[in-house]
Ligand binder design. Structure first.
Ligand code: URP
Ligand code: ZN
Ligand code: ZN
Length: 459
């Protein structure tokens, strides 16, 4: 299949020019003015932006959590991602406590194989890491699983103690691997939760009040300190607030290889969204939504490169029968929210249209930086000769309407119900094939390939 994209405004993390792009098979082979190659498909991209497909390096499809599973599987979740202009996800496989790391990765391969509509990779949630585990980790790195998430939260489930974190970071750092850290002091948080429940404070909003920003800042500080002692880089996931960001800033100012992502929910929602009733369960995620004043600092962090990536932490649970598990006890509400489909348009509008970041920085934050951070660049994350033809044709004058009736995620609510934003994903190519054509999914389950990633942190 040969595809010619004509007259689009090609924007990467560094470029911005009008050109034609010729795609032969799965890769871009020529970029130039007035190309006249024979093609099977010609797409007129006049007055449209032509950008690299989005990379969302933080999703949870079918994640077991709190007695249930996140409601998107690898088919529904990746189809929704494609609708939103994302052509690569990196999902979190889970090493169940007591099992090997390899068993966790194998289980995720089984979940994903033959189901995905876009390309995908895995990080591994690592719960056990003993002396001697490094050989298994290094083998996984050789197999393309080059990043590992460790948790300072969720005691008894995912929490790893500082010794485990130190061992994992030391091993990862020696072989181009990267530890992604869920940085919140879960031990103290659990004590605060016990007090709230004993006082009868059980509504969803108390989820936020039991997880103060200082618990996140302490986690970030400790994660960076352990990484420094382990002589490894560290990547903080789903950073939500100024207090935590300041820890990253201070480390980066000292030249420490500390990196972080934030997510749209922390840029657009606030603690006020919990309200007083059970509807607030829609926003029960960790870290929780914060006070509004954090938004401006997070945007500043994105602009100044103290935050490098915007991911979604897509982890949907339906209100019915899933979030409802926590009626009368917020600590039993499964943690997470949908978002994989919303990210690109939200950040284009909130970032570029509202003049907080440049168009190039938008591409960098939603695609290029994740490709470099997680060993996918330049195959993914840019538009260049030889790169995979993962391309989004984006109408800057179009409009995206959010809401459950417009979205494709397998969940019974939208975090952005009724929102309208400027900019619209029009056509999406995944390795040269059109998978979204004017809002219609034209691909199928199994289109996506597993991505064997290389060394992390080429940023
Ligand atoms: O609430 C969240 N974030 N759920 C997903 C699991 C995690 O910690 O990323
Ligand atoms: Zn997490
Ligand atoms: Zn997550």
């Amino acid at each position: 299949m040969r595809t010619l994209i004509k007259n689009g405004r090609v924007v990467t993390a560094v470029d911005d020019y009008v050109a034609d792009i010729f795609v032969d098979g799965e890769v871009v082979t020529t970029i130039g003015k007035s190309l006249e190659m024979e093609a099977d498909v010609v797409i007129d991209a006049s007055n449209k932006l032509v950008i690299p497909g989005g990379i969302d390096p933080h999703t949870h499809m079918e994640l077991p959590f709190g007695g249930t599973y996140s409601s998107d599987d690898f088919f529904t979740g990746t189809r929704a991602a494609a609708h939103g202009g994302t052509t690569t996800i990196i999902d979190f496989a889970v090493q169940t406590k007591g099992e090997s790391m390899t068993a966790g990765v194998d289980a995720w391969h089984k979940k994903a194989e033959g189901k995905t509509c876009i390309d995908y990779g895995f990080h591994l949630i690592t719960t056990d890491f003993e002396d001697g585990s490094e050989k298994e980790m290094w083998r996984l790195i050789d197999e393309g699983i080059s990043s590992f998430k460790l948790f300072m939260a969720y005691p008894g489930v995912f929490l790893a103690d500082d010794a485990t974190i130190f061992r994992a970071m030391s091993a990862a750092g020696q072989r181009g691997g990267l530890v992604c850290m869920h940085a919140e002091n879960g031990i103290v948080i659990n004590e605060i939760i016990k007090r709230f429940l004993a006082d009868g404070r059980t509504a969803p909003k108390y989820h936020a009040l039991t997880r103060p920003t200082i618990a996140e800042a302490e986690g970030v500080h400790r994660a960076i300190a352990i990484a420094e002692m382990a002589e490894s880089p560290v990547y903080i996931v789903h950073l939500s607030c100024t207090d935590a960001l300041n820890q990253v800033r201070q480390a980066r100012d000292r030249g420490i290889p500390a990196f972080a992502e934030t997510c749209p929910q922390y840029l657009f929602h606030s603690i006020e969204d919990y309200g007083d009733d059970f509807e607030g369960a829609k926003y029960v995620m960790t870290p929780p939504l914060r006070e509004k004043h954090n938004h401006a600092e997070l945007w500043k962090g994105l602009k100044m490169d103290d935050l490098q990536v915007i991911s979604t932490d897509h982890c949907p649970f339906c209100m019915k029968e899933q979030k409802e598990l926590g009626v009368g006890d917020f600590s039993k509400i499964p943690n997470g929210a949908p978002g994989v489909e919303n990210r690109m348009a939200l950040i284009y509008n909130g970032g570029v249209v509202e003049n907080r970041i440049s168009l190039n920085r938008f591409v960098e934050l939603t695609s290029t930086a994740a490709a470099k951070m997680f060993g996918l660049f330049p195959k993914k994350g840019t538009i260049a000769v030889g790169s995979d033809a993962d391309i989004v044709i984006f109408d800057p004058n179009g409009e995206t309407e959010f809401g459950v009736e417009h979205e494709h995620m397998n969940v019974d609510y939208s975090s952005y119900e009724g929102w309208k934003v400027k900019g619209k994903v029009e056509t999406v190519l995944s390795r040269g094939r059109v998978v979204i054509d004017n809002g219609e999914h034209t691909g199928k389950a199994g289109d996506g390939k597993f991505l064997k990633r290389g060394e992390c942190v080429r940023i």
